[in-house]
Write a protein that binds this ligand. Structure first.
Ligand code: ZN
Length: 206
């Protein structure tokens, strides 16, 4: 089946305007949450909110409907004698924390040291987004992206550094703004070889 909306990967029912049908139980749950927060879901401005919120969450979590490793299945062996690291720097992404379902907004730098094959550069960003569009903790997101590249591309090394702000920290609790959390996962030569590690971290700007 071909879905009219590219970023929806589910077997969702689609209405005549091409939008995902939100099940009644989901609409009810969102209405309950609106009531709990102190507002009236029957108020004019909120009438269509449960449907919008339902669709938005289906999109935020579209990663559950895909296997991010598929993006690494098509590789190129002709690398023209290039055996240095490949880096995609400062890729913006959005995810949601699994503890509060609050936004995690940040950027990721992803590098690998190819052996005999490379992937199209946009594929690294697709892997990132496949894992980011789920409920996450930043540490696991970082490790999942790195392990996926390590397992499927079989390079000499992988380095992933993620820098992000957490809505559950800026918008609630301690309400601290402008604080970035940095996580990294280094595998293979980037872990074992100090000069490779230094090179990748300095190219990433760390
Ligand atoms: Zn949180």
């Amino acid at each position: 089946m071909v879905f009219p909306i590219a970023h929806i990967h589910y077997d969702d029912e689609i209405d005549e305007s091409g939008k995902v049908v939100v099940p009644d139980e989901v609409l009810e749950a969102i209405k309950t949450l609106i009531r709990w927060t102190g507002d009236d879901p029957r108020r004019e401005g909120l009438i269509d909110t449960p449907r919008r919120v339902g669709r938005a969450w289906r999109e935020y979590c579209a990663g559950y409907g895909e296997d991010p490793s598929v993006h690494l299945s098509r590789t190129f062996e002709e690398v023209g004698g290039y055996h240095e690291l490949v880096l995609l720097k400062d890729i913006p992404f959005q995810s949601h924390c699994e503890h509060h379902m609050a936004p995690i907004i940040g950027k990721a730098s992803i590098a690998y040291m190819p052996t005999d094959r490379v992937v199209g550069i946009s594929k690294l960003a697709r892997v990132l987004h496949g894992f980011a569009r789920r409920l996450q903790v930043q540490e696991r997101l970082t490790a999942e992206v790195a392990n996926c590249i390590w397992d499927h591309l079989k390079p000499e090394g992988v380095a992933v550094v993620i820098e992000a702000q957490h809505g559950c920290m800026t918008g609630r609790g301690v309400k601290v703004h402008g604080v970035n959390m940095i996580t990294s996962k280094l595998i293979g030569c980037f872990l074992d070889d100090q000069s490779s590690r230094k090179e990748v971290m300095s190219l990433m700007g760390y």
